[in-house]
Design a protein around this ligand. Structure first.
Ligand code: F6R
Length: 242
């Protein structure tokens, strides 16, 4: 596992974008695993900038998002599908048929989870997975206690996650309590993983991830057993590391 501690969010976004850009240049048909949330927004902006400057072509890549809320339609403003479209996809040349995001309002969610796993396999697996980290150490929506062997499935969100994500909704009552998420095993099967952490609210999670016990109680700590993980964090997120 490599760690990179950078000065601020701009530097973090630049470093993360560089890793993605390098992957896409080396493998134009790469399969990218993507994350939502606040942390990767600057990375997406930098990737858009490079694309618009004519330096980065996404026309052959395939994408799989980590997760989606259960119960929100694909057009709901807080759905991750809308977030990804507005934050990234509509600004670059990813082919719509190569974009994959779990359908959180599928009639049969278990079948949707199986379909998602099969689609990842059919694409040849994920080459580079981008992750954020929850304040409780979650990755994707794999909350503390998620089994290492877990695959894409419906999960209950932890109360801390609901509280943390209430900032995106008009009130906490509107935050969905369930999500579809890739599992820990799905994530660990990615060939390369890049985890981003920014701000003081992530300092405790980073300390537990990097210096605590490797345990499903801190899902991000399980990444320490993966052979190719790069962690990029700003000084505030790194503040508690010894
Ligand atoms: C998002 C996801 C989550 C977030 C995490 C951090 O697709 O899977 O694990 O990465 O909750 O969110 P932010 O970046 O908003 O702090």
């Amino acid at each position: 596992m490599r760690w990179l501690i950078v000065e601020d969010y701009e530097a973090l976004s630049g470093e993360a974008a560089e890793l993605v850009a390098r992957e896409v240049r080396e493998k134009p048909d790469a399969v990218l695993g993507l994350a939502t949330g606040s942390t990767p927004v600057g990375m997406y902006q930098e990737l858009i900038r490079q694309h618009q400057a004519g330096n980065l072509d996404f026309s052959r890549i395939t994408t799989f998002n980590l997760d989606e809320y259960v119960g929100l339609s694909a057009t709901h403003p807080q759905s991750y599908r809308v977030f990804m479209h507005e934050t990234f996809f509509q600004h670059v040349n990813v082919q719509p048929e190569r974009i994959h995001i779990p359908c959180g309002d599928a009639a049969d969610l278990d079948e949707e989870c199986d379909r998602y796993e099969r689609a990842i396999q059919a694409a040849g697996g994920i080459d580079l997975q981008i992750l954020g980290i929850g304040g409780n150490g979650h990755i994707g929506f794999n909350e503390p206690g998620s089994p290492v062997s877990s695959r894409t499935r419906v999960v209950d969100l932890a109360q801390r996650t609901i509280t943390d994500n209430a900032r995106f909704f008009a009130s906490i009552e509107e935050v969905p309590t369930k999500a579809v998420t890739m599992g820990i095993q799905t994530i660990l099967e990615a060939k390369k993983i890049v985890l981003l952490a920014c701000g003081a609210s992530k300092a405790e999670a980073m300390q537990r991830m990097l210096e605590g016990e490797i345990t499903p109680g801190v899902p991000a700590s399980l990444l320490r057993e993966h052979p190719d993980v790069t962690v990029i964090m700003d000084r505030q997120a790194a503040a508690r590391l010894s």
